[in-house]
Design a protein around this ligand. Structure first.
Ligand code: FAD
Ligand code: FES
Length: 277
């Protein structure tokens, strides 16, 4: 049996610098047979291992139907991400995964989908947005609401433009502070909630971003009659094993690596907003 802690070798076949401190890698396992068997769901993550430096959890952002490759978008924050940023096309790194529970994309079929993301380019939400847009006919209306602190923080502008042109899809972008040429809105994401012409009984809400924002949006959606079982959020915690055995990522009685990173709002809300949990 395979050792679950042992990373597999993957090769960088494309690299894109998105911003000064954000880059994307397109990867492929060097073992072609393993690559052919490798499957994942939107919202799941891999552990990326840089020899001699360490290992980090990173969401998979490509579409699961692209079976020959998988993509990661990585923000440079510390030693491992800075080290991975030095790699170029043809270089290799270790990958193990996929891990965790992804977005409920099948359960959401036939419903309106409201996607609320906050902060700097939320990778887990991109995989899910791309997934529903590619399978547009399976879903009702799609609302994409993205809030950033400053207009300069918005990445993937072309993607938002492309999503906006998709039928029955509304894109709302807002910044707490916008520069002079910022063409969209300023203020909190909540300003758009009155514009959502959704049937609360037939809607799925998926959230990604700062926990305070997700808690507030969740409360507002419940107030508007959305069933707590149809509210979902992607969580982040520092990780070590990613296998539910070390306890590093514990959140209340849950392990983010094993029980998440995508959680149902109702199951997690009691543990959010408390210091130390
Ligand atoms: C399930 C999951 C999916 C993720 N997906 C992505 C992704 O797609 N792209 C991406 O760029 N990052 C993602 N992250 C965050 C990424 O794992 C961390 O940025 C990375 O581990 C930092 O490692 P480092 O060695 O570069 O920095 P470190 O030296 O470990 O940390 C630098 C700083 O970042 C803080 N930090 C580290 N990890 C986290 C974390 N998980 N949450 C909050 N603060 C943290 C540290 O406390 C420290 O202040 C994800 C995290 C999780 C748990
Ligand atoms: S990272 Fe070890 S239990 Fe989650």
């Amino acid at each position: 049996m395979d050792n679950p802690f042992l990373p597999r070798e993957a090769e960088i076949i494309e690299r894109t610098d998105e911003t000064r401190n954000l880059f994307s890698l397109r990867l492929r396992f060097t073992d072609a047979e393993y690559q052919a068997r490798y499957r994942f769901e939107p919202g799941q993550f891999n552990m990326l291992y840089l020899h001699g430096v360490g290992e980090v959890p990173i969401s998979i952002v490509s579409d699961p139907s692209d079976e020959h490759i998988f993509d990661h978008t990585i923000r440079i924050v510390g030693s491992v991400t800075r080290g991975i940023a030095q790699l170029r096309v043809g270089d290799k790194l270790g990958v193990r995964g996929p891990y965790g529970r992804g977005w409920p994309v099948t359960a959401a079929e036939g419903t309106d989908v409201v996607i609320v993301t906050g902060g700097l380019g939320c990778a887990p939400s991109v995989s899910m947005i791309e997934y529903v847009i590619r399978r547009r006919e399976r879903y009702g209306r799609i609302y994409i609401i993205q809030g950033v602190k400053h207009s300069a923080d918005l990445i993937w502008r072309q993607r938002y433009e492309a999503w906006r042109k998709t039928p029955d899809t509304d894109v709302f972008l807002t910044a707490d502070t916008g520069d002079a040429l910022w063409p969209w809105h300023t203020g909190p994401v909540s300003q758009f909630f009155d514009k959502l012409d959704i049937d609360p009984q037939q809607s799925t809400v998926m959230m990604c971003g700062p926990e305070g924002m997700m808690l507030a949006v969740g409360k507002e959606m419940l107030r508007r009659g959305v069933d707590g079982r149809h509210l979902w959020m992607s969580m982040e915690r520092n990780m070590h094993c990613a296998l539910g055995s070390c306890g590093r990522c514990q959140l209340g009685p849950k392990f983010v690596c094993r029980d998440g990173p995508v959680f149902n709002y109702a199951e997690l809300a009691p543990y959010l907003g408390h210091k130390g949990i």
